[in-house]
Design a protein around this ligand. Sequence first.
Ligand code: ATP
Ligand code: MG
Length: 558
Amino acid sequence: MNDAPPRDFIRQIIHDDLESGKHDEIVTRFPPEPNGYLHVGHVMSICLNFGVTEETGGRTFLRFDDTNPGKEREEYVRAIERDVHWLGFDWGDRLTHASDYFEQLYDAAEQLIEMGKAYVDSLSADEIREHRGTLTEPGRNSPYRDRSVAENLDLFRRMRNGEFEDGEYVLRAKIDMASPNINLRDPALYRIRHINHQRTGDKWCIYPMYDFAHTMSDAFEAVTHSLCTLEFEDHRPLYDWFLDQLQPPNRPRQIEFSRLNLAYTITSKRKLNALIEARVVSGWDDPRMPTIAGMRRRGYPAMALRDFVRRGGVTKKDKLIEMAVLENSIREQLGDSAERRMAVLRPLRVVLTNYPDDQVEMMQALNHPNRPELGKREMPFSRELWIEQDDFLEEAPRKFFRLKPGGEVRLRFGYIIRCDEVIKNDAGEVIELRCSYDPDTRSGTGTSDRKVKGTIHWVSATHAVPAEVRLYDRLFTVPDPNTADDAMDVLNPDSLQTVNAMLEPSLNELADGQAVQFERLGYFCLDAEDHSSAAPVINRIVTLRDSWAKIERQAMQS
Ligand code: ATP
Ligand code: MG
């Protein structure tokens, strides 16, 4: 794993600002809107905002941007707090809400009115849109633009007092209706909305607009570097305009970086919510979702997510990162830490005809091939076993080194067996193999040094624990589902497959949140929601190898 300090253009700016003495301490904020669960894109923003202050001894606020009452829910607030903590970051006593500043924001708005920099408009929303102009045509001034300061103040106060209906008036900044930047064409600062706010209740019936609330909250918190995604680049002149007019004691600097986009998935709370509404997934924490809650339930380690965004870096270029990059971070994290176990996902019965009926031997199985300190466990071996269906082929090519009629294979930590007879059902499907074992070939202690090419995994049928295992695949069939007309058209119908697997008995003791490698299959963990010891449910975190890379290579060759 790469432990070198990250270097990117934002860290460079921060470094320079500390060096030059412009700032003694770096202050940042992560400002989610609590209208959904956080996703993998937010992981990047969290790691950046909390990362730069962790590295420099600064401070980071977790600030809920709750300026849009009606869409925001307490459930989302709780989920966001949990997710940030789970990633390993701590805001200490710096948990804030834009709504904490409603009074200060209101005062700042009155100040703008008094300076002649804001006015109350009586145009309707539609009329305001008509007056705004286009990218090629300038806008037109509202006929109410030149109201006196006294009249503006009076109207704004009455807006606050609830004397008007929604949409009757709006407070606008007085900037420049001819500006080539549409964000500067007298943007709205406050709207009337008679709606209860989840924190302030019915105290307010006017609510500040995002740009104004966001800029001023940054200033109130003495944020030094306000880091946001590129779509806010065109809003920076407005951000700076507010600061120029109001001259707060602390002047934050906005810096934009490009969003993190992950191939075969979507990173938009709105679109993720649509998947839930359409019941394509079971909820925000469905293990196929690119949400932090979904990835945690799937079994992705927090450190793997952090490693992943570090590899992606921070740039100004748009990028679509391959899923393989994320999966490699996960495999790297788990490869060293996850103990090995055996499980058979699609069981085929093997009967060892020359093995005593009532005999059980305890085989010594290594918990980790490279870490002997993790010790061994015992696996019962008996006359009837399960092996993987695809470890047997009746008509096998020459290079198939697993089991075939008359062929031999080693059972890992067990014996060499030979397939003597294939039993089929009426439909011609193979339902059982009659095999014989070579008693001299027991792993570790056998007297024979006979070698065979293939080794397969197995579990004792008499002792196996049945479990539902959920195999996940990507949600979409195209690399960038964001560009599809309708994401529903490009859903992967096989994103969830459920199999009835057989586990070695020690998996009865698997702890919540513990990831294990099922040998030859991948990494797995208990499903935190649906698992119970009476009815085990297990998630596949990731396969051992990137099976998609192979599929894509084949597609390119054909
Ligand atoms: P969404 O479209 O999913 O709702 P958002 O940007 O509206 O995303 P916010 O809750 O406003 O979501 O985002 C909080 C912070 O996370 C913002 O600073 C935003 O720039 C950042 N962010 C959101 N999506 C990404 C992404 N894909 N990559 C990097 N940062 C992101
Ligand atoms: Mg947003």
